[in-house]
Design a protein around this ligand. Structure first.
Ligand SMILES: Cc1cc2nc3c(=O)[nH]c(=O)nc-3n(C[C@H](O)[C@H](O)[C@H](O)COP(=O)(O)OP(=O)(O)OC[C@H]3O[C@@H](n4cnc5c(N)ncnc54)[C@H](O)[C@@H]3O)c2cc1C
Length: 468
């Protein structure tokens, strides 16, 4: 639980008058006014906003987020994200209560015995269920509500429509941050939280490269109604292997305050209406519509693509076809999977990275947002240490935070990449057989060593996350 949080501050525009004091000036400045660290965060995604929310309440930090999009809520926010109970408890302990209460409201109804991930053939035959603690103890969270929660009070600390261009080291140890519109701002620490295509990373670690896209996942929402709920093969995550190296991923988010969706039509659905997320993944070259690159297909074309695929698979279970017919057109989102070279370390005296800007993690095990938020919490803790004004301690602490960040991401990246490569490995009978055998072994390998009852069918009801 949060330890009596300080109230949200009322203003925090970056001032250029007080620079990060050097060790020699510490005492005199401290005697007059408490020293302040000016932190500029590039990117208002889940990582950047989490960091800003925590630092905004810290007495020794002045924080500003610079986000390139003009809209505070982007399309992807409409879907669900899986967050572990560990991350949610950390958020509960570190966020201001007003923010946490809103985060808690974004958590969907949890199945009785937690979440599980079940694999099927496209004809509905069950293959295997991954029921390890790490899946069971995750919660389906509405991205839009979560983002709204993290934006609470953000007019005090976030500026939208600002695109970072470059930074410059200043002789006083600070940083000058330059934006596309020609404006600039001085800060003591620049945090790159600008996602997989990070410009901050490009300048900090120029040889970190992004790979060519090879995989694309189409996402849609379906309203959760008594009819559509009946079409679900499980109450939790379902993944079905279809022909031509394609697979369907289904999972729902149920609003605890309103179980059934009522505000929707063929084109749109209310942002906090209960929904079923329908994902259709395939290698880019397996798209039926080859008239343009997958990323350029319109919402209507993406729906047609999904419908053609389910109807073209001769073995497709009728429930998957019926669900695809209910896809709400304007909720279409295509995620083009790109990979980024894993960077091991960076010189983090005045510039550091969090979240996907460090390097990406496959979405298949749903760990990217969990890692981004843990990176943010960890960095925020380091920045609130009383000794942080000492430059050598600051440099050491930031280096340590960076090393922990890389360690947790590397582990999740390897596990996610293994499962992703197995899932998308088969486009002939032999490869499909290897995939089916390999998948079970891979899940056993990545499973928590303590969870010895994998596949035993025994279920343990997990600890509940308190909403307030
Ligand atoms: C479909 C899908 C499903 C997923 N499901 C899960 C899940 O279930 N669980 C999970 O843990 N993870 C999941 N992930 C991964 C997760 O969403 C990401 O890892 C996470 O959002 C990364 O957060 P971030 O803050 O590092 O980056 P982002 O969320 O990418 O935010 C980066 C921000 O920086 C801004 N930006 C970029 N460049 C600039 C610039 N030059 N100047 C200013 N601003 C800039 C962008 O506009 C953006 O707002 C999923 C991802 C996808 C695509």
């Amino acid at each position: 639980m949060p330890s009596s949080p300080t109230p949200l501050r009322s203003s925090s525009s970056i001032s250029t008058s007080s620079s990060w004091p050097s060790a020699s000036t510490q005492t005199s400045i401290h005697e007059q006014t408490p020293p302040i660290i000016r932190v500029a965060i590039v990117g208002g995604g889940l990582g950047g906003l989490t960091l800003a929310q925590i630092l905004h309440c810290a007495p020794n930090v002045q924080v500003t987020v610079y986000e390139r999009s003009i809209d505070e809520i982007e399309r992807l926010s409409g879907y669900r994200v899986m967050l572990s109970s560990f991350v949610l408890k950390k958020l509960q302990a570190t966020l201001h209560k007003d923010v946490w209460d809103r985060v808690a409201a974004s958590i969907g109804v949890q199945p009785q015995c937690g979440q599980e991930l079940t694999f099927f053939k496209s004809d509905g035959r069950k293959m295997l269920a991954f029921e390890a603690d790490e899946i069971r103890d995750t919660y389906s969270v509405n991205r839009w509500l979560l983002r709204n929660a993290l934006l609470y009070g953000s007019h005090d600390f976030a500026i939208f429509g600002k695109t970072f261009q470059a930074y410059e080291n200043l002789p006083n140890g600070g940083m000058m941050v330059h934006f596309n519109d020609g404006s600039r701002v001085e800060c003591d620490l620049l945090v790159g939280a600008d996602g997989i295509g990070s410009r901050v990373r490009k300048q900090l670690v120029p040889d970190a490269r992004i790979t060519e896209p090879w995989l694309a996942i189409i996402y849609f929402k379906i309203p959760l109604t008594p009819v559509t709920e009946n079409l679900l093969l499980t109450q939790s995550m379902t993944r079905a292997f279809c022909h031509r190296n394609q697979n369907i991923f289904i999972h729902s988010w149920t609003n605890p305050r309103k179980h059934w969706a009522t505000l929707y039509d063929e084109y749109d659905i209310g942002m906090d209406e209960s929904f079923i997320m329908f994902g259709y993944g395939s290698p880019c070259d397996e798209f039926s519509n080859k008239s343009k690159p997958p990323g350029e297909l319109s919402s209507e074309e993406l729906k047609v693509e999904c419908l053609e695929r389910v109807r073209a698979d001769p073995k497709m279970h009728p429930s998957f076809i019926a669900l695809a017919e209910q896809l709400i057109i304007n909720t279409a989102h295509i995620h083009i999977v790109r990979d980024c070279k894993a960077i091991k370390r960076w010189n983090s005296g005045s510039v550091t990275l969090i979240g996907d800007s460090v390097f990406s993690i496959s979405t298949v095990l749903g760990k990217g947002a969990n890692c981004a938020m843990l990176d943010a919490i960890d960095l925020a803790e380091a920045l609130q240490l009383p000794q942080i004004f000492n430059p050598s301690i600051r440099s050491h602490e930031l280096q340590q935070a960076g090393a922990r960040n890389v360690k947790r991401r590397l582990k999740e990246r390897q596990r996610g990449a293994l499962i992703q490569n197995i899932i998308y490995s088969g486009n002939n009978k032999m490869k499909e057989l290897c995939r089916d055998l390999g998948l079970k072994l891979a899940f056993e390998w990545i499973d928590d060593p303590r969870a010895t009852n994998f596949h035993s069918g025994k279920k343990r009801c997990p600890e509940k996350v308190e909403r307030s």
